[in-house]
Design a protein around this ligand. Structure first.
Ligand SMILES: [Zn+2]
Length: 363
């Protein structure tokens, strides 16, 4: 886990970005001091499931009820909060579903659940990667879930919701953690770069956010890895470091195509080939981008829905593409690109498949 990720972990519910519904629910739960005995947090990796589980552990155990009623958050000042923040309590268990599968581990877990907490109000069991649990483990948990002891709270976190048994699901409160948009991730990265005095272009941060694929954690580790590469992180530095063609290059090619500039389009393809691009990936991303531009051209009213996840620079270019993207020209090109994509996985000349699609359709 990267240092930046640890440092910028949310300390209270309202620190959570991009999960506003969940934040509201948790704050209200805290105000009423009415925590459930079992939660299931599900969603893609790096969206904050474990962070929220830890916040629930702290908030449920915070003893300053007045503060909780008023703010909907843990007070961070009572004995319980302090101990939890220092990580010195014996009543919070973080269990890795993947490595606690045996009969002995389950027996030990059952024993821990049975015994009352040593110091805190609740014993908290956070089970990460819960989908990895074995059938005996689920059976043991189910027995507990049927009659949960008043002193225990279970939080199961998983990326594979469909693998959680229905009998467990029906006895727990379920919350979905949304993957994060490029905009939210790059905004958080911007805050971090300011705090940490890292010089980085806005474009570079957007690019890191794109590579992170909806995960704050991945974005923060990438930034951590890349921060010392150059005095200033730029789009070019990032692309080169990650050895993959970034979305900026795909947009450059799309723009040349939409401007009917065959010569420049072919030159770019040649350049990407020299950089060692994976052609099936390049063609697929190009198709996705042109399709987005075409949809936006035909239905401008959808703008806010379609490009809500993109950063500022990206949005501006996509809008420009949409203006240039004439349906009568782009639809045959898209058909050609789809054929080229299908071919590109099997032919020894994937670059040629793309070039031919361009030559035949850019006129
Ligand atoms: Zn407290």
């Amino acid at each position: 886990m990267s240092a930046l990720y640890r440092k910028y972990r949310p300390q209270k519910f309202s620190d959570l970005l991009g999960q506003s519904d969940l934040v509201t629910v948790m704050i209200n739960t805290t105000k009423l001091d009415r925590f459930a005995h079992a939660y299931i947090f599900y969603g893609t990796r790096g969206t904050g499931k474990t962070s929220v589980a830890r916040l629930v552990a702290k908030t449920a155990n915070c003893t300053d009820l007045e503060y909780k009623k008023k703010h909907g958050e843990a007070c961070d000042a009572c004995d319980a909060c302090m101990k939890i923040n220092q990580g010195v309590t014996l009543d919070i268990f973080e269990i890795d579903g993947a490595s606690n599968r045996g009969i002995d581990e389950i027996r030990e877990l059952k024993e821990k659940i049975r015994v009352s907490p040593a110091f805190l109000r609740y014993k908290i069991f956070i089970i990460d990667e819960a989908h990895m649990l074995t059938t005996p483990a689920w059976n043991a948990l189910l027995k507990v879930f049927e009659e949960p002891p008043a002193h225990a709270i279970f939080i199961l976190a998983t990326t594979e919701f469909e693998k959680i048994p229905k009998t467990i699901l029906s006895r727990a409160q379920r919350y979905f953690f949304k993957p994060q948009g490029i905009k939210e991730i790059s905004e958080k990265l911007l805050t971090i770069t300011k705090e940490e005095k890292i010089n980085a272009d806005k474009d570079a941060l957007e690019l890191i956010a794109t590579f992170a694929d909806g995960s704050f954690r991945d974005a923060e580790s990438l930034l951590d890895q890349l921060r010392s590469l150059a005095p200033t992180l730029t789009k070019d530095v990032i692309e080169e470091a990650l050895g993959r063609l970034g979305p900026a290059s795909i947009r450059e090619l799309a723009l040349a195509i939409c401007k009917n500039d065959l010569k420049n389009s072919l030159a770019l393809v040649k350049k990407y080939a020299r950089d060692g691009v994976n052609f099936p990936d390049l063609i697929r991303e190009l198709i996705e981008l042109l399709r987005l531009a075409l949809t936006l051209h035909l239905a401008p009213a959808l703008e806010s829905d379609l490009i809500v996840d993109f950063g500022e620079t990206e949005s501006a270019i996509i809008k420009e593409l949409a203006t240039l993207c004439l349906p009568e020209k782009i639809s045959p090109l898209l058909k050609g690109l789809i054929a080229a994509y299908e071919e590109s996985g099997t032919t020894p000349f994937p670059q040629l498949s793309l070039e031919l699609a361009l030559i035949e359709n850019i006129k």
